[in-house]
Ligand binder design. Structure first.
Ligand SMILES: [Fe+2]
Length: 481
């Protein structure tokens, strides 16, 4: 059940509180005093093959069954029209009060705009306009839909959720209508949204059988490395795929989280955490995660593909006159390549956004930047979790110009996603702090909120919490609560 946490920091004091989201799922389970609503990771019917990616499936329920999708929004805090919501990967979100953590209105995306669901990773323009990614399917086929939710003309305090004015900016047809791709997030620069159609495919026909016959998850969502990764570029100003006649593609890869994207000299720089073996999605089962001994778990983990930060660059001004078989990436600081092939498509090869020393920390995930000031802009630093374990066991800071890595790692301490907070008068990009919730299984140690100086990555302080906090996923900083 989604448990919301809030650290309130003022005048050198830290207050902590937590509250269960009063979702319909929570209420039903509480009434029966056991789990009766099937969820991701916590099942009314034991099914060790159920996978953490399975919540994505709720998007594909027939409309009459949509109410069966969970509103147990346990993934992220997101913002629409200035209001806070908690989100998962279903068609439901829950409005919440960021101060009291009180649960408010339940929102069904499909009531506002023609999408089945939205990701837990929207992007924001500087004026607060929110963008997200959903999908729709019907007789015409399967579409990935870019959604835009504008700011209200004037802010009125109210308790009801309001996504009015939400519109589908662009519908991108799936390259294979019967096998759409899994997605967890998308990239956004100042003028463009990029949807990454990766070769993790959901077989809709098998999915229907899965629901009827209880077939294994592995057979429904498959990594198909024979396919390419397609980058769909949408112009935010026109709502059209851009450039209409050009397809950008790269080798098969698997991505969950984007780092940043920006335009520079007619090229779109796109940074993300990705791996080259998406078969890993079949391994995140409860059965694997509950392996008994440490050695067995380590063996399992060491066999997994690790996600690493990579940079792709898409040349935007490609047309009939563009020469073939030449590298079109001209940015002096970048070794990524993009080549127009004889068939007119543009083949993109990434640059690694790290040095060899990152490999000692395992993969890197949960990337964060100085979002408010540098999202969609050229930037230098990102922060993330190192995954030397099934759970993250280090905090990392990377300089993308020098590939210099800074780290915070202590045995037995497991950090959550780092959240960057700029100093009020900051002039440098990394002038601020990085905050993370550190959990530990060691009984003599307690959970704490860690505050690092973002420049030096040294500890400024910690606030110990006298209760156990479960391992979390994503978090946000709010300077107004
Ligand atoms: Fe995520």
């Amino acid at each position: 059940m989604a448990l919301m946490h809030r650290f309130f920091i003022k005048d050198g004091e830290v207050t902590y509180c937590s509250r269960f989201l009063r979702s319909d799922s929570y209420v039903k389970n509480s009434e029966k005093n056991r789990i009766v609503v099937t969820e991701f990771g916590t099942l009314a019917m034991p099914d060790p093959c159920k996978n953490i990616f399975a919540r994505f499936f709720s998007r594909f329920q027939v409309p009459s069954k949509a109410s069966a999708a969970t509103d147990n929004a346990s993934v992220n805090f997101v913002k629409y029209k200035g209001d806070y919501y908690v989100s998962t990967e279903t068609n439901y979100m829950r409005m919440i009060d960021p101060q009291s953590l009180e649960t408010k209105d339940k929102v069904d995306w499909s009531k506002f705009v023609a999408v089945n669901a939205a990701t837990a990773h929207p992007h924001y323009d500087r004026d607060g306009t929110t963008y997200n990614l959903g999908n729709s399917y019907g007789k015409a086929g399967f579409f990935y839909n870019i959604v835009r939710v504008p700011l209200p003309k004037e802010k009125v305090e109210k308790d009801e959720a309001d996504l009015s004015g939400a519109e589908v900016l662009c519908s991108i047809p799936a390259s294979d209508s019967r096998r759409p791709s899994y997605y967890h997030s998308f990239a956004m620069s100042e003028n463009y949204v990029v949807f990454i159609e990766q070769p993790i495919k959901l077989d809709l026909l098998k999915f229907m059988l899965y629901r009827i016959q209880g077939k294994s998850f592995h057979k429904v969502m498959e990594w198909d490395p024979s396919l390419e990764t397609i980058f769909h570029v949408v112009d935010k100003r026109t709502g059209k795929v851009y450039p209409i006649t050009v397809t950008y593609y790269g080798n098969a890869m698997f991505t969950l989280h984007q780092i940043n994207a920006y335009e520079d000299q007619g090229q779109l720089v796109m940074d993300m955490c990705c791996g080259d073996d998406g078969a890993v999605i079949g391994d995140f089962t409860l059965e694997n995660l509950s392996k008994a001994s440490g050695e067995e778990l380590d063996k399992f983990y060491n066999g997994l593909c690790t996600n690493l930060p990579k940079r792709y660059v898409l040349p935007l001004d490609v047309n009939d006159q563009t020469p073939v078989n030449e590298n079109l990436v001209t940015l002096p600081f970048c070794t990524a390549k993009a080549v127009k092939m004889a068939d007119g498509r543009v083949y993109c090869v990434h640059e690694n956004l790290y040095g060899d020393d990152l490999l000692e920390f395992g993969g890197l995930e949960f990337p964060q930047i100085n979002y408010n000031n540098y999202n969609t802009r050229k930037y230098r630093y990102y922060y993330g979790c190192g995954f030397g374990h099934v759970f993250s066991d280090s905090l990392l800071k990377m300089d993308v110009e020098t590939k210099e890595l800074k780290s915070w790692r202590y045995p037995g301490l497991y950090p959550s996603e780092p959240v960057f907070v700029p100093s009020p008068e900051a002039t440098d990009e990394d002038d601020g702090v990085v905050m993370s919730v550190i959990i530990t299984p060691r009984e003599e140690k307690s959970t704490f909120l860690l505050v690092l100086d973002a420049k030096t990555f040294t500890e400024l302080g910690r606030a110990e919490v006298p209760v156990n906090i479960p391992y979390g996923t994503h978090g946000v900083f709010n300077d107004r609560a």
